[in-house]
Design a binder for this molecule. Structure first.
Ligand code: FAD
Ligand code: SF4
Length: 456
């Protein structure tokens, strides 16, 4: 009979991991992976597959783990997903494949994400080589702008189809949010580097430190290339724009995380970029970005409070991230809205906040927060990090003549990434607004199909 108890991954103790940037979850060892894989019912019509945005043969790879054919498990995963070690770690499985698993009806779903991660990590430890199958060489050139999950996936798919691919990236490292946003303790950068090496083996020319729209005009790319894929993400931070935003100590989460993750500011002056260290830090927001910023600040030695205007139930962050943040000692001040930053000599010293209550649901379906009159109070802090969302970078998009945008400023594209300019395709956050790694990858993959059709 199948075992109903879900197996937990191995995790480092909160008091130990809160002091460093090493990975929090260590995943499954072989024994745990096999025990968990055995719980899978190998359903004839598996609903978990339809819950996966890239349609992985989930029972197929799990069966291979049961039979201890870990290499085969990895190969099945890789057929559908070019970044399994990354997706196994950061995909919101609880709202995708695991949500659809039939075992939810009788207990807990299969831990599909941890099994995916196990198979990918096993392959990496055992130096399993990825097959580099390139179809007949095509005499056509593709430019991809942005080396995040959307651009990387599109690059791999186009290179496999035999096209000459140039991938332009503004930063000195490829990976997008995977390297500048998501911290090392959730996603070690070595894993991202390995996946990117696979692209190099496919012959993709990764051109780093090249901001398109600044160093190169899109017009030039349109002249030189047969097709273009735009995967520049939506990394421009939004601010609350309350009084005092200009004070020293007020950061956007993107800036704070980029300094720490990409520039390793915590090693300054060994590295070039500094970051302000403080005893008290307040992070404003309730998404994954807020959790990442808060947990990073904690690791720099700060006493951290997350301030969120709704209740914990409405927080968009993954439940596991909220749980980990609490375990590590981060405080949560929910139903609280900052209304003014308070400064002294140009430096932040506090935030004036107001208490909120929840009203009727708004257009997002979540209950609308309403300020409670006269409930103002002050939180003392030296750093405030705003993690309230991001938007598109209009400067680059405005340089593509005739490129249509939607009312939120994202590129208008159909489900295959076709835009209003025939040879320009787009996908990922720049089309959908901030979403997920797997959706960006799916968009890069679908656009490759349309680009291939267009070019042939
Ligand atoms: P990005 O990852 O943003 O990549 C875009 C790339 O384009 C970047 O490398 C950028 O430098 C480059 N670029 C931009 N402009 C130019 C230019 N003009 N020229 C050249 N290059 C340019 N999703 C999950 O599924 N799970 C998570 O746990 C999760 N956690 C997150 C945590 C944080 C802190 C953040 C910010 C996001 C998180 N997300 C998570 C969301 C997820 O990372 C994004 O949805 C995904 O990365 C979008 O991929 P993308 O390729 O569209 O864009
Ligand atoms: Fe296994 Fe759950 Fe998928 Fe059924 S739905 S095949 S039990 S993972």
């Amino acid at each position: 009979m199948a075992i109903k108890e879900r197996i937990s991954p191995i995790e480092r103790k909160p008091e130990e991991r809160a002091k460093d940037f090493l990975e929090v979850s260590l995943g499954f060892d072989e024994e745990r992976a096999i025990t968990e894989a055995r719980r899978c019912l190998q359903c004839k019509n598996p609903p978990c597959i339809s819950g996966c945005p890239v349609g992985i043969d989930i029972p197929g790879f799990i069966k291979q783990i049961v039979e201890k054919n870990f290499e085969n498990a990895y190969k099945i995963l890789k057929k559908y997903n070019s970044l399994p070690a990354i997706c196994g770690r950061v995909c919101p499985q609880e709202s995708q494949c695991e949500k659809a698993c039939v075992l939810n009806k009788v207990g807990q779903p299969i831990s599909i994400g941890n099994l995916e991660r196990f198979a990918a990590d096993w392959a990496s430890r055992n130096n399993v080589k990825d097959e580099v199958l390139i179809e007949k060489k095509q005499n056509k050139k593709i430019a991809i702008i942005g080396a995040g999950p959307a651009g990387l996936t599109n690059a791999a798919e186009m290179a496999k189809r035999g096209f000459n691919v140039d991938l332009y990236e503004v930063f000195h490292t490829a990976g997008g949010v995977l390297v500048y946003g998501i911290p090392e303790f959730r996603l070690p950068k070595e894993i991202v580097r390995k996946e990117i090496n696979f692209l190099k083996n496919l012959g993709v020319d990764i051109k780093l430190n090249l901001p398109v729209g600044f160093a190169i005009h899109p017009r030039k790319l349109l002249e030189e290339y047969d097709a273009i894929f735009i995967g520049v993400g939506a990394g421009t931070p939004k601010f609350m724009n309350i009084d005092g935003t200009e004070l020293n100590g007020v950061y956007s989460a993107n800036e704070f995380l980029t300094r720490i993750n990409l520039m390793k500011a915590y090693e300054f002056p060994k590295t070039d970029t500094p970051v302000k260290f403080a005893k008290k830090v307040v992070v404003i927001g309730g998404g994954n970005t807020a959790m990442d910023a808060a947990r990073s600040a904690l690791r720099l030695g700060a006493d951290v409070t997350i301030v969120y205007r709704r209740s914990e139930n409405e927080m968009p962050a993954r439940k596991a991230e909220i749980f980990h943040a609490k375990e590590e000692g981060i405080k949560f001040k929910t139903l609280t809205q900052p209304i003014r930053y308070i400064g002294e000599n140009g430096k932040l010293i506090g935030i004036e906040c107001v208490k909120m209550k929840l009203g009727e649901p708004d257009e997002s379906g979540r209950r609308r927060p309403i300020p409670i009159e006269g409930s103002n109070f002050i939180i003392e802090t030296e750093i405030a990090i705003e993690a309230i969302g991001t938007q598109s970078n209009k400067l680059l998009l405005s340089q593509f003549k005739g490129l249509e945008l939607n009312k939120w400023g994202y590129i208008k594209a159909d489900e295959f990434g076709r835009t209003s300019i025939p040879k320009v395709f787009a996908g990922g956050d720049i089309v959908t607004g901030s979403a997920t790694v797997i959706l960006a990858m799916g968009a890069g993959k679908k656009a490759a199909t349309a680009m291939n059709d267009f070019l042939s």
